[in-house]
Design a protein around this ligand. Structure first.
Ligand code: IPM
Ligand code: MG
Length: 375
């Protein structure tokens, strides 16, 4: 029965991954580095347009560091759907090698072929990169000042439903099985990162979000490990919720401002962060950091918007989400002053520009001009 062999192989691979996690590299000390290489990856669809905007802004903001050679902005070519299909690789080997030579990455959205769209069934480039670079924490802030909302989501980024998302087994015409994976090491490192953030930012409240009543083994482990890590932070208020009621809580204005830091398994984090970003003004407004040990990758939380390209309105794409990701990258590098300077201008742009993304209002070029003028 070949699917039993498939299953055995899957389990072996996961056990090997657990061992690799135990020897993972620590994050670089950016302050001590003579040179930091930032790779920029355009991606597909609206990607090149919003990345051009963001690159121009970073060139202005980091002009001195680029001039002195402390920072290099390097364009990584080839992570396009056309090249990926031609090579039949989600992230072609030469592109992955170029990516691994960088210290930090800023990435535009990449298109994932969907079932039935006539393209080969390649895995999502995001999922591959998160796995290959072991970017275990997906950190997504959502801030809505007028509602007193200041949220930050720590989404597990390499496990859960995604670890084996393209390795499910079609047992027969009548039966398909997918797998969900939770590991002790994978949950511990995510929970630790979230609690450290909460501690370093005034002991913010932490909420653990699972569906441990149904997914007893995987979410059950996730919840109990988060609770164990919480014991190291007795000063922090911790609660836990099921994901369905948390989806409701987020839009309940009587209580939603009480939440601060969220810890979630991968798929729930994917869904809940889109909901939260929409409340902030749309998925085009939120940035996202994928943090690992050796590497960190920053990106917009939205996709490549192929419909905007088909409708001929790609130039109306909003670079704000990608620029917010750049703010997170600057903070991650320790350049908090420049991060704040850019964030302030982005806040102003959000008020002064009108970018509904439907082919009316301001374009990405207007956005770039505005930010360059106000930096
Ligand atoms: C995200 C995206 C990705 C995900 C897609 C593009 C694979 O929705 O970053 O939230 O599901 O993680
Ligand atoms: Mg998503």
């Amino acid at each position: 029965m070949s699917y039993l062999d498939d299953f055995e192989k899957i389990i072996r691979e996961q056990l090997e991954r657990v061992e690799r996690m135990k020897t993972a590299q620590a994050a670089p000390d950016f302050a001590a580095m003579d040179k930091i290489v930032i790779g920029t990856i355009d991606g597909d669809g609206i990607g090149p347009i919003i990345m051009d905007s963001c690159r121009a802004i970073l060139h202005r903001l980091l002009a001195d560091e680029i001039e002195s050679g402390r920072i290099e902005l390097k364009t990584i070519e080839g992570l396009t759907i056309e090249n990926r299909i031609e090579k039949m690789q989600t992230v072609p080997d030469d592109v992955l090698a170029a990516i691994k030579e960088c210290d930090l990455l800023l990435k535009g959205p990449t298109t994932t072929p969907g079932k039935g769209d006539g393209r080969p069934n390649l895995e999502s480039a995001n999922v591959t990169l998160r796995r290959e670079l072991d970017l275990f924490a997906n950190v997504r802030p959502v801030v809505i000042p007028e509602k007193n909302i200041d949220w930050i989501f720590y989404r597990e980024n390499t496990e859960g439903e995604y670890a084996l998302g393209s390795k499910g087994i079609e047992i027969s015409d009548d039966l398909s099985v997918d797998f969900k994976v939770t590991t002790t090491a994978g949950t511990e490192r995510l929970a630790r990162a979230a609690f450290e953030y909460a501690k370093n930012n005034g002991n913010k409240n932490v909420s653990i979000v699972t569906k441990a009543n149904i997914m007893k083994k995987t979410d059950g482990k996730f919840l109990s490990i988060c609770r164990e890590i919480a014991e190291d932070y007795p000063q922090i208020k911790v609660d836990d919720w099921y994901v369905d009621i948390m989806a409701a809580n987020l839009i309940d204005d009587k209580i939603n401002s009480n939440f601060n830091v969220f810890i979630l398994p991968n798929l729930y984090g994917d869904i809940i962060t889109d909901e939260a970003a929409q409340m902030q003004g749309g998925v085009g407004t939120a940035g996202s950091a994928n943090i690992g040990g050796r590497y960190a990758m920053f990106e917009a939380i939205h996709g490549s918007a192929p419909r905007m390209v088909e409708d001929g309105i790609a130039e109306y794409a909003n670079p704000a989400s990608l620029c917010r990701a750049a703010v997170m990258m600057l903070r991650h590098m320790g350049d908090t002053d420049k991060a704040q300077r850019l964030e302030d201008v982005l806040d102003a742009a959000a008020k002064d520009l009108n970018m509904p993304g439907d082919g009316t209002g301001n374009t990405a070029f207007d956005f770039t001009d505005y930010v360059l003028k106000h930096l």
